[in-house]
Design a protein. Structure first.
Length: 236
């Protein structure tokens, strides 16, 4: 897959999302004529600067999908979490902040009315599923990359949004955890295993495979019927 400059040349702007007593920083890009928007939920010590999620976000933007890459922890919390590692596993906290971001998008002129999808990585995937269960009327699709959906616990049966779980073929423990989570889900869902990929999808071609899978899933389940088809400009 070739990912170059965003086709729509949309500008990235820093936004601040209020979530209870804290403000979260995010990078928002809305291409002209955007058909929907995808919120990226990072996990396991990552942030909105994650090169892997930024790669996937660029691929989605080329196909008229807006993106919001959000820091689910403040700078101070990230400093604490770097030493303890406990906040990245506080799924309820992360999910509440994703819900706050979803409500934020519903209030913005540029994003109000756009269908919303979640792209979650690692523990961020669990947070995305919990948040999707809390906002079933707003979240139209979920994609997980190397995620821990099992950590969503009792929220799994309540998720209504079609959910794609992408796991690396060499990430054996996480494959099993995803299968265990699938057994509890009642929504439309699918597991895609990328051959030869490890947990971080660092092997050649594996992240491109993630971007293709995510693009196709969002095209089928997030973009409103009747909107121009996405996926026609990016080549494998």
């Amino acid at each position: 897959m070739t990912i170059g400059t965003d086709a729509a040349a949309a500008s990235e702007r820093l936004v601040r999302v209020g979530a209870g007593p804290v403000g979260l920083e995010g990078s928002l890009v809305i291409p002209p004529g955007a058909a929907a928007i995808v919120v990226f939920a990072h996990g396991s010590g990552s942030s909105r600067h994650s090169p892997r999620n930024r790669f996937v976000a660029a691929a989605l933007r080329q196909e008229r999908l807006g993106t919001l890459l959000l820091d689910l922890l403040t700078a101070g919390e990230e400093a604490i979490d770097a030493g303890t590692g406990h906040l990245r596993f506080d799924i309820e906290l992360l999910a509440d902040r994703l819900v706050a971001a979803t409500d934020f998008l519903a209030r913005q002129t540029s994003t109000r009315g756009l269908p919303v999808g979640y792209f979650g990585a690692s523990t961020g995937a669990a947070a995305a599923l919990v948040a999707a269960a809390q906002r079933p009327d707003r979240i139209a699709a979920v994609v997980s990359r190397g995620g821990r959906p099992d950590l969503a616990g009792g929220a799994l049966p309540r998720v209504e949004a079609p959910t794609l779980l992408i796991v690396g073929g060499n990430d054996f423990p996480v494959i099993d955890l995803n299968r265990e989570a699938m057994a509890q889900m009642h929504c439309k869902h699918r597991l895609e295993i990328v051959p030869g990929a490890s947990h971080l999808f660092e092997e050649p071609g594996t992240l491109e495979a993630v971007a293709r899978l995510a693009r196709t899933w969002f095209a089928q389940h997030l973009v409103p019927k009747g909107a121009s088809r996405i996926g026609s400009r990016t080549t494998a």
